[in-house]
Design a binder for this molecule. Sequence first.
Ligand code: SF4
Ligand code: SF4
Ligand code: SF4
Length: 347
Amino acid sequence: MKTSEVLANRLPDVKEIHIVWMTSGLSCDGDSISTTAATLPSIEDVVMGNIPGLPKVHLHNPVLAYEVGGDFMKYWHMAAQGKLDPFVLVLEGSVPNESIKAEGYWAAMGTDPHTGQPITTNEWIDRLAPKALAIVCAGTCATYGGIHAMEGNPTGAMGLADYLGWNWRSKAGLPIVNVPGCPVQPDNMMETLLYLLYQVAGLAPMIPLDEQLRPTWLFGKTVHEGCDRGSYYEQADFAHEYGSPKCLVKVGCWGPVVNCNVTKRGWMDGIGGCPNVGGICIGCTMPGFPDKFMPFMDAPPGASLSTSVVGMWGGVVRKLRAITNRTVNKEPKWHHRGPELTTGYRP
Ligand code: SF4
Ligand code: SF4
Ligand code: SF4
């Protein structure tokens, strides 16, 4: 029996589940927008019940919701009061440090009906995290701080694991699940969310995560290991300007040391993936992003040594392959007309 048939025939432990998706971290909403391009599965398939075995899924995302104002915020208040159970919390955007200033706030969503004051992002996390079955961080801001956590920033921005603690566990015993990327790759996000929905419905084992809390099957390989341009690198054939089809390491590609699968997976529906389509990898999925990859477009520090080493034999290999390529581009000499057979056949 196929996996889909097994799932279709098994009832989930819960009939309905909510996804409460906060974009009120320090965020540009790019991860919500990116996720609308997912196809494996699409958001539509998940919320419309087209996936075998899933409980009914209700999505509450401020960028995608039809409701506005109080009609929308009621789900947040219900979740905080324990009346929206069970739910998976998604955080998009980094967590500012509200403890480092005397007045005002860095980020908030909605107002407290009793005080009329804004409810800060920190406060929402404090209220919702203990009640969530699982928490997923969408994008590098939520996972590791990202752009807003650059050196010199005034907000003390950080990722959720820095805020809640790297050993934090949900009430169901799950660690935070990080899906980095700036923005997050659409199918990476939806595939992880789908896995967790199956897991909290009792239909999948514990999600496998690495030390940075990333799904191992998505972030176990480097950009370089899946890159279309890898053979140019191997033959020491490097681009020195944009627009070239060759390896981009000398114009700033960090792919050899960055964990990301977009060169294998593509971006939308299998198409794209930064170096495959001419863009250098700037390490946007990494905990050290952006500071450790700047200035962008300069060759990475190790690139000149590694390309010199590759260059020693890569150039020779390229020349030898060119000779072989010319040979195999010619037909064998016995393909000819006339009374003589020259194939080497012996009767
Ligand atoms: Fe925007 Fe990138 Fe941050 Fe996502 S990770 S909120 S896309 S800046
Ligand atoms: Fe590796 Fe980047 Fe070159 Fe691709 S373009 S082969 S990822 S260095
Ligand atoms: Fe980010 Fe590099 Fe992956 Fe592109 S290839 S998404 S820049 S980590």
